[in-house]
Design a protein around this ligand. Sequence first.
Ligand SMILES: [Fe+2]
Length: 160
Amino acid sequence: MGLVAAKIEPSAKADIVEGLTQALAETSVETMKAQNFHWNVTGMAFGPLHELFQKMYEDHFEGQDLLAERIKQFDVHAEGRYSVFLSRSAIEEHDGRVDARAMIETLLADQETLSSTLAALCEIADQHGDWATNDLATSRIQAHDKFAWMLRAHLKTTAA
Ligand SMILES: [Fe+2]
């Protein structure tokens, strides 16, 4: 009986929270970047890219919330400062002053980074029987892998 989060030993809990915080940091930086690109994208594909980047930041905003709230379920303080997110994120912020193709390329690389950060989290959670974090990380991987596919498709000029 009892909550899964309450049964996890302290050292495992620290590792899981560390992974969740890493994912939260990178998801948060990527949210702002996708919204920045949503505002500043230019070119003949303005319409669909403006829409796609909006779908991304909306999804990522929701993802941030779910990751932070999983941290709270361990009764741990959830980081909420961009300065800290930027200092620990492998994803960097962007000034948005590039063409559409460069925006797609940078977001694609970021989605791959997120997918691998979340895969590591998935594995840690799995090792410690934290099925809820495992499920959350898995669903976030699905979202990032899907966006990566959509972004990659824009860069192809011939059929696969
Ligand atoms: Fe908008």
